[in-house]
Design a protein around this ligand. Sequence first.
Ligand code: MN
Length: 268
Amino acid sequence: MNRSVNTASPATALAESLAGGQLRMVDLTTQLSSNTPTLELPAPFANLIDFSIDYQSEYDERGPYWKHANIHTGEHIGTHLDAPVHWISGREGKDVSQIEPERLIGPAVVLDFSEQAATDPDYLITSADIEAWEEVYGAFPDNCWVLVRTGWDSRGHDREAFLNKYDGGSHTPGFTAECALWLAERTEVSGVGVETVGIDAGGAAGLEPAFPMHYHLLGHDKYGVTSLKNLQQLPRHGAVIVVAPLPIAGGTGAPSRVYALVDGGDVR
Ligand code: MN
């Protein structure tokens, strides 16, 4: 089917492109369930609860025509957004309900570090790594989201493999402190998305500052998104990402549905 697209109206063109297959949507979201892996902080720090769903009626005497449930969850679970107020460096910044929607949609650049992460689960991406990528594939566009593939989504079904804890710590890839500050200061960047449980590396408590992605990004009014999947379906340049967190008043983050719009057909 090769229908022409009404380009007079950009919104209509978008809808027609989706209907006609010139554009398709890729869901980058991890499903939420009681098995969804969550960050585990060591004592004495307080952890958030896991997700659970508690049905209050199931077409029975508690509600004969309907089924509905209470959900119990921490803010920072599964595919979720970190808002500036999540971190001490962003404490005067926005909560999750205050982030402008315009910052939550934009061009995606997709960088693949899965080879490095397969060899070294503690691999830390440097600004030189990213500069080398831009030399080859082109500079970051304005209002972009930097999406980092590490292959970690393939472990998402298995909490132990996903958190990868041994020798007293979690071993998952992330960014150097130098790279975190460099990304935070890039005016083109709205946010950073990763496949791991958090935007910082598993060993980031030992960096200076501790958890530098949280510290620098959130302190610069940039946002993080975690536990993404299907990034391998996106081109390096040319996808558009839509990040849709729940607008929890005062929320430091929220579970989010994250989509990418990509050109139809062969995206590579
Ligand atoms: Mn978080």
